[in-house]
Design a protein around this ligand. Structure first.
Ligand code: C5P
Length: 226
């Protein structure tokens, strides 16, 4: 069983709340940097007030003091799940984990899916690494620093379960039903397949946002994730 998180990749507050209010089965929403920059903390409060668990996906990467402050602000808003970049290092992640307390869960972003080995090598100044090995290494750093788990593709879940342990969270975007358009996603998987491989949270955007009947599409994902 996994949670289904609707990625609210919409242009503003009103379309986001209009959609949420049409989805009675919805438990989780993800707010990313675009919607957060447009609408700010007020929208997070409105979503929390509706009883939704909010995943605030701002992928923090800054000095420990600043990330600690951002995590504290998210906790005060009632956010349930948030992301930090593992490349920010152990001290940053440890500061974040300490500030999060028991009710805000933090997961680490390892290697951005937009990287290929050559671009990662240029960004890090290392010779082109194996990106799966690099994700696994960074996931280990995340768990040592006290994070709850990591974000990963469905194809990495099996390899990462051993790293995050039995209680670790594996948050997986790129989920598609047969017949859904893949859009710009490179490594997709079906919801049941992702759950069978050990995903704990499925992040779904366009297959629900662009569906003719978003409530029916959400129900499909919830049933497949059960
Ligand atoms: O529309 P779609 O289902 O592809 O949305 C997936 C969501 O997950 C988007 O909000 C996207 O930004 C996010 N995401 C992703 N891949 C990552 C990390 C986050 O697709 N590696």
């Amino acid at each position: 069983m996994a949670e289904v998180i609707l990625a609210l990749d919409l242009p503003g507050r009103q379309p986001a709340l209009d959609l949420v209010d049409r989805l009675p089965g919805l438990r989780w929403v993800k707010v990313g940097s675009v919607l957060m920059t447009r609408e700010g903390a007020g929208l997070i409060r409105e979503l929390v007030d509706r009883g939704l668990a909010v995943f605030l996906d701002l992928k923090w990467h800054d000095i420990p003091h600043t990330v600690r402050g951002a995590v504290t602000a998210a906790r005060d808003l009632g956010v349930t799940l948030a992301t930090v970049h593992t490349i920010g290092g152990e001290a940053m992640m440890a500061a974040a984990a300490e500030a999060a307390g028991p009710d805000l869960h933090l997961v680490g972003v390892t290697v951005l899916t937009s990287h290929d080995p050559a671009s990662y090598a240029r960004a890090t100044g290392r010779s082109a690494p194996d990106l799966v090995a690099e994700s696994t290494r960074l996931a280990g750093e995340a768990m040592r620093a006290g994070l709850r788990g990591v974000v990963c593709s469905a194809h990495e879940v099996g390899a990462l379960r051993g790293v995050v342990g039995p209680a670790g969270w594996l948050v997986v975007p790129g989920i598609r039903r047969r017949g859904d358009g893949v859009g710009d996603q490179q490594r997709t998987a079906g919801p049941a397949e992702a759950v069978a491989s050990g995903a704990t949270h499925l992040v779904v955007g366009r297959p629900i946002l662009e569906a003719a009947d978003p409530a029916a599409a959400l129900t499909d994902f919830l049933e497949a994730a059960r």
